[in-house]
Design a protein around this ligand. Structure first.
Ligand SMILES: [Zn+2]
Length: 379
């Protein structure tokens, strides 16, 4: 058996104990103090073999950057391991969703997305140290505190650290119960549409009114028509509101729109179409806000090369790794858009991210951790 794999198999219970400690340290994005407690837990765990720095996250918790001390003499170039410390789960979720081990899985808020991935990376580094496997590159771990809410305060730091890296390894969970790696992610955009109409009494003065609700209904038809499944473009009008009373012609209506696009040029074209929406009732006015939040992670030759390297290393472990495309964004979108080869989905294998069945497969802990270790040594 692969020596790293057998080393890590023997440490399964230690890895599980760290995952448990991490899950039980809740860290919702909007609770900076809680996220900082989690950042403290990670810092303390890696402190014996890393130099640790924190960066202010504004209204969010601190971002964490750790440089790992690894075997091998002179370091040439850098590899960035990327993750996030925040979760979507509010404080107190543990009461209804406690950490537990059952049915061959570990369960709990944030276990899949993405606390296990962080634990895997830490044990991968420890294995490389304990087995004295040389690593040619400087290895940084960066954990952002605001990934689940758009990465507004961490984006610049991510881009700075990625810009000087040979590769970025994203510790987000794999896809599905086979743990496919992610070689492409769609761009994510969030838009708002406000329709300004003209209010009037629906009984006395109906024709004097210009209904923002009717106009919005027509615009939704136009916007929904921008979806193009063939090109991987989806436009979802997810939230609408408008009007005040049934006997008032509505003066205002609002919509929130989520956009996912595979290619940057499609994102630009779609943005143009949204900005150019025209009223059907000329008495109404349209106001479009928002924009692209994350660029697409396009499947570049550098990404394919990195994936093939992972596939080869996986075969040495008896694991057949596949690749996947996802509509969900991550901080890997930013690093890939800089042209830095980025391989995503290297974290846990499981299901139920952001859902009550969030869980990871216990018998995939050792091979995923080994894969990360082997990639760090091979890149
Ligand atoms: Zn995540």
């Amino acid at each position: 058996m692969d020596p790293i794999l057998s080393h890590l198999r023997a440490r399964q219970s230690e890895i599980v104990a760290l995952i448990r400690a991490m899950v039980e340290c809740e860290s919702p994005s909007d609770d900076a103090a809680a996220v900082n407690r989690f950042v403290g837990l990670v810092s303390d765990t890696v402190a014996p073999f890393a130099s640790v720095k924190t960066f202010p996250g504004g209204r969010f918790g601190q971002h964490l950057v750790c440089e790992m001390a690894l075997p091998g003499s002179k370091k040439n170039g850098r590899v960035l391991a990327l993750g996030h410390s925040d979760t979507v789960w509010p404080m107190g979720t543990l009461r209804s969703m406690p950490f537990r081990e059952a049915e061959g899985r570990l369960w709990g808020p944030g276990v899949l997305d993405m606390k296990s991935g962080i634990a895997f990376f830490i044990f991968a580094v420890r294995a490389l140290r304990e087995l004295e496997i040389p690593v040619a590159k400087q290895v940084l771990l960066q954990l952002n505190s605001d990934e689940e809410v758009g990465s507004e305060s961490s984006r610049a730091l991510t881009e700075k650290n990625a810009g000087r890296s040979k590769a970025v390894l994203v510790l987000e969970p794999g896809t599905g119960l086979t743990g496919k790696l992610k070689t492409a992610r769609k761009a994510v955009g969030r838009y708002g549409l406000v329709v300004h109409g003209k209010a009037s009494h629906s009984g006395v003065d109906f024709e004097a009114g210009a209904s923002a609700v009717i106009e919005m209904a027509r615009q939704i038809g136009v916007i929904a028509g921008l979806t193009n499944m063939k090109r991987g473009t989806t436009v979802n009008v997810g939230v609408i509101s408008g009007g005040t009373r049934s006997n008032v012609v509505a003066a205002e209506a609002r919509a929130e729109i989520d956009v996912r696009v595979l290619r940057q040029k499609d994102a630009v074209a779609l943005e143009k179409k949204l900005r150019k929406l025209r009223t059907i009732d000329r008495r109404c006015k349209l106001e479009v806000t928002g924009g692209l939040n994350r660029p697409p992670m396009e499947r570049s030759p550098g990404i394919v090369h990195l994936f093939q390297m992972a596939q080869k290393l996986g075969r040495e472990l008896g694991v057949q790794l596949e690749e996947s495309l996802t509509g969900g964004g991550s901080d890997g979108n930013f690093t890939a858009a800089l042209g830095v080869p980025t391989l995503d989905g290297l974290g846990a294998v499981g299901e139920g991210a952001h859902a009550v069945n969030e869980s990871i497969l216990a018998d995939r802990i050792a091979d995923r951790t080994t894969l990360i270790a082997k990639l760090l040594a091979a890149v």
